[in-house]
Design a protein around this ligand. Structure first.
Ligand code: SF4
Length: 277
């Protein structure tokens, strides 16, 4: 049996940065809030709740500094926080911020703004705000087919797949005279997806670690499914079932951008421990 961990797996730059900012803020203020869970990983959220970072759903309830998570927030959220005269720590990932700026720029320049992504994802909900909620969110070629206009401007949710984004862009190009495209897919996502694909191709079984509510982890799972028949999405080592493996399996491990390295180690050690490799 051989176990390989994907070359690019686990915490990305933006998540690592947000976690560091949360640690520093907890040290300084003892109690802080994050507007929504700090990352899409229930174990990390629970761990941070014990340290002093509470999840907040409504800004009006805040009575301590607020940490804006890596997914970002729409402009009116900043105004609300300022109106309440509460301190905030902005951990919006710089790559997400860049996509927000492009959405604003395209909107102000008169483009029909199209956001490729999941309309329920907090990052996309925030992007919409930068186009005054007049942008179109599409998640497939079929949805892109319904959009037409003289000037179309496109951005993507940072964690989407580049292949699907390219297909949507190609479709939109048929319905407009002018198409402006900002490829806002972050290379952490691309790198994780590419490494997962390469590993899935040469593995008998793939273990994908990350929150079940994490869009980028679910995407890694989908990619692995295309190249490997036995793929399992788990959040912790406790979900591993020994019956999944046979003696000669080549096992690949990958993890979403919100999965801490200690969780990858625990999963690896649990499999190694079981088989005494
Ligand atoms: S996946 Fe990329 S854009 Fe998203 S938080 Fe991580 S580094 Fe930032």
């Amino acid at each position: 049996m051989k176990i390989t961990i994907a070359e690019n797996a686990g915490f990305c730059y933006g998540v690592m940065r947000a976690i560091k900012m949360a640690n520093d803020a907890i040290k300084e203020y003892k109690q802080i809030y994050s507007f929504g869970p700090i990352i899409h990983n229930p174990q990390v959220v629970e761990e941070y709740e014990k340290k002093g970072l509470k999840v907040l759903e409504n800004i009006d309830e805040a009575d301590a500094p607020i940490l804006i998570r890596s997914h970002g927030v729409p402009p009116e959220t900043y105004s609300k926080i300022r109106d309440k005269k509460i301190k905030y720590i902005d951990a919006t990932c710089p790559f997400v911020k860049e996509a927000q700026d492009y959405a604003r720029e395209l909107y102000l320049a008169g483009y029909k703004v199209v956001i490729f992504g999941d309309k329920n994802h907090p990052e996309v909900k925030a992007h919409l705000g930068y186009a005054d909620y007049k942008a179109y969110v599409v998640n497939s070629v079929e949805e892109a087919r319904k959009i037409a206009g003289d000037k179309i401007g496109v951005i993507s949710q940072t964690t989407q797949s580049i292949e699907r984004f390219s297909m949507v862009v190609a479709e939109l190009s048929k319905h407009t005279k002018e198409l402006k495209v900002y490829n806002t897919i972050c290379d952490a996502t691309e790198k994780r997806q590419k490494s997962a694909m390469q590993l899935a191709k040469i593995s008998d079984i793939m273990i994908v670690i990350g929150g079940k509510n994490s869009a980028n982890t679910r995407k890694l799972y989908e990619i692995c499914k295309q190249y490997c028949r036995r793929v399992y999405h788990i959040e912790t080592e406790d979900e591993i079932d020994v019956k999944w493996f046979t003696d000669n399996d080549r096992i690949g491990i990958t993890a979403g951008a919100s999965t801490p390295s200690y969780m990858i180690d625990r999963v690896y050690n649990k499999i190694v421990g079981k088989y005494e490799i």
